[in-house]
Design a protein around this ligand. Structure first.
Ligand code: NAP
Ligand code: GCO
Length: 267
């Protein structure tokens, strides 16, 4: 039968990228559009939404934007129903929406812990649950969960985030296990340290322009000796959204410049 690049085509598919207003989600959506997919995305901020629609348009992408908080079952249900009705169904779901709170665990409030779990883990559950109904009917679908280095590693001040992303890794595997027989694949992408608004505090320069200590630390921990960019995630996104990965299920594809393979450069 042989292999052809058509296996990576997303022509005729609709992709929903949660949190696709900027950062990693925006780049993932751009890649999916470049492969031929129609794009829908959501976020909570009206300003973020309106700017993103314009940013997509400037790249030749007519993305459909929704004000929808992934933790709100009613908003998620309404958005999913609208896309199913107006965009021919949701063939690809990217659970990208997420937040982080960097607080020492013994000082973290239960509310702060719960908010991170709610958005990063419960949000992915709600979105996947609602989208799976259409995928089961069509006996086809792709779910991509945006995991993290913290799906595998811990570090100071990110206990809630690590618990959420560790849970998201296992949710990915369980969706793969439970729905693989419907020809639905669920995989994760585990970005390394990526330069986005979420990590901006970790890269802030000092008064003399000197690098943030964490910035220097990450460069020393990364064989590629640089932070990743959202664009570094584009290829993996199209691969896991396309027929090229139809026999890949329950895997977390780490796009981390080699961090997880490396003890770190001797100081
Ligand atoms: P970001 O720049 O903070 O963007 C997060 C996006 O999610 C924004 O569009 C935000 O828009 C949206 N969002 C947040 N909470 C939401 C909610 N409850 N409902 C709907 N949308 C919501 O983050 P990022 O760096 O691009 O990260 C994106 C994903 O990658 C996250 O899951 C993050 O954990 C993960 N990740 C990031 C890195 C990294 O180094 N940057 C590495 C590994 C994994 P609104 O605020 O308007 O809702
Ligand atoms: C942090 C960072 C990380 C990244 C990412 C790494 O404070 O350690 O924000 O959590 O966001 O998840 O893969």
């Amino acid at each position: 039968m042989g292999f052809c690049l058509e296996a990576f085509s997303l022509e005729g598919k609709t992709a929903l990228v949660t949190g696709g207003a900027y950062g990693i989600g925006f780049a993932m959506a751009e890649a999916l559009a470049a492969a031929g997919a129609r794009i829908a995305f959501n976020c909570r901020g009206r300003e973020h939404l309106e700017k993103a629609i314009e940013d997509y348009r400037q790249r030749g992408i007519e993305a459909k934007g929704y004000l929808c908080d992934v933790t709100c079952e009613a908003q998620v249900g309404k958005m999913v129903q609208d896309i199913e009705e107006k965009m021919g169904g949701i063939h690809i779901l990217v659970n990208n929406a997420g937040i982080i709170k960097r607080i020492p665990m013994h000082e973290m409030s239960l509310e702060d812990f719960q908010e991170v779990i709610e958005i990063n883990l419960n949000g992915a559950f709600l979105m996947s649950k609602m989208v799976l109904t259409g995928m089961i009917k069509r006996k086809s679908g792709k779910i991509i969960n945006v995991c993290s280095m913290m799906s595998e590693l811990g570090r100071e001040t990110v206990s809630a985030y690590a618990a959420a992303k560790g849970g998201l890794k296992m949710l990915t595997r369980n969706i793969a296990a439970e729905y693989g027989s419907y020809h639905i694949q669920c995989n994760g992408i585990g970005p390394g340290y990526i330069a986005t608004p979420q990590t901006a505090p970790l890269r802030e320069r000092g008064a003399q322009g000197e690098r943030h200590p964490f910035d220097r630390f990450i460069i020393g921990k990364t064989p590629a000796q640089r932070w990743g960019t959202p664009e570094d995630l584009m290829g993996a996104t199209v691969f896991l959204a396309s027929e090229a990965s139809d026999f890949v299920n329950g895997q977390i594809l780490y796009v981390d410049g080699g961090i997880l393979a490396y003890i770190g450069r001797q100081p």
